[in-house]
Ligand binder design. Structure first.
Ligand code: NAI
Length: 325
């Protein structure tokens, strides 16, 4: 079985690919280059292609098909960067990967606490020897009503972690489950009931901009928003307006709209064409991190292993829990 992996980071993923190719006796070739229309040819001769979050256009899918690729596996949980419907229509299978939800859930909890305790302002001030208190008074997490949007793998783990803090926990999910200590509400009621919102839903046409001027208007004054899911869930311009008005007191964004050609690259010498990012990053009550919630040693190992496992399952022809289409 021949696998070609794009965007393979030499400083962490490469050793995982080496470990698992030797463990499973596979022929795996890797490149540091992110997948693009210009380097599809590198995968020639491989039936299985592994990618990260760079968009895979329909033209690229056609090109992969023409060189005999059977399956494209993304080493991520989210797969909104691949047009799965089109892939299916031309006979290319798509798989994703999975890893322990702890990394993202713990990071989300950290951002929740940092936002409530004004941690960005505290770090900024103390780094220039400003040790004043004014403007730094925080809120206890235990006093907050948390609204968890999406109670899948990560949302549920975040809820478990929250339970230790004694806060009220509410949730919205189109497929609700029985979770002890959690009250499900219709989305509009969740927006008007809670005052800290954490997003854990996938990005789909129905969830794009689910946080918009109308939903922000429903939230109590001084609410906090944490997004470690996908940038497209939030209308960034509406969020900026709500922050300017004080409606939203703080937010933390591990993901942002149009991040794909920024995150994980060194763009410090470039003019960046992302106005919302520039405005949000400048605000003392907005924490920006570069889509890094997942990034622990355990997660990286799991992502590579499970991407390879999806290919092995496909080759074996049995159950494949990682297959999307
Ligand atoms: P999951 O598939 O286990 O759970 C998603 C949940 O969202 C499901 O329960 C689903 O029913 C629910 N959902 C679907 N439509 C919804 C809607 N309209 N409103 C509310 N809930 C809705 O996914 P998982 O693994 O928990 O991932 C959650 C999010 O985190 C995804 O957006 C994923 O892309 C993102 N993610 C971000 C990472 C990071 O490093 N920042 C790393 C891994 C995942």
């Amino acid at each position: 079985m021949k696998i070609f992996a794009y965007g393979c980071r030499p400083y962490d993923e490469m050793s995982c690919f080496e470990k698992y190719s030797s463990l499973f006796g596979l022929d795996v070739k890797c490149t540091k280059q992110s997948v693009s229309e210009d380097n599809i040819y590198l995968a020639e001769g491989s039936e299985y292609v592994s990618v990260l979050t760079n968009p895979i256009t329909d033209t690229m899918l056609d090109s992969f098909k023409s060189i005999g690729v059977k399956m494209i596996g993304t080493r991520t949980v989210g797969y909104d960067h691949i047009d799965c419907k089109y892939a299916k229509s031309i006979g290319i299978k798509i798989s994703n990967s999975s890893y322990s939800p702890d990394a993202v859930a713990e990071f989300t909890l950290m951002l929740s606490l940092m936002s409530l305790r004004n941690m960005k302002r505290i770090i900024q001030r103390s780094s220039i020897n400003d040790f004043t208190l004014k403007g730094l008074r925080g809120c206890n997490l235990s006093e907050r009503k948390i609204g968890v949007i999406g109670t899948g793998t990560i949302g549920k783990r975040y809820i478990e972690l929250l339970k230790g803090f004694g806060c009220e926990i509410y949730a919205y999910d189109p497929s609700p489950e029985e979770i002890e200590g959690v009250i499900y509400l219709p989305l509009k009621d969740l927006f008007s009931t809670c005052d800290l919102f954490s997003l854990h839903a996938p990005l789909r046409s129905g969830t794009r901009h689910m946080i918009n001027s109308s939903s922000l208007a429903l939230m109590p004054e001084g609410s906090v928003i944490i997004n470690t899911a996908r940038g497209g869930l939030i209308d960034s311009n509406a969020l900026i307006d709500a922050l300017n008005e004080g409606k939203i007191a703080a937010c933390a964004l591990d993901v942002i709209e149009d991040e794909f050609d920024l995150y994980y690259y060194n763009r410090k010498a470039d003019v960046i064409n992302n106005k919302p990012l520039a405005i949000l990053r400048d605000m003392p009550n907005v924490i920006i991190s570069p889509h890094i919630a997942f990034y622990t040693s355990k997660s990286v190992d799991d992502m590579v292993r499970n991407c390879i496992q999806a290919f092995i399952n496909d080759e074996a022809g049995g159950e494949n829990p990682f297959r999307i289409v």
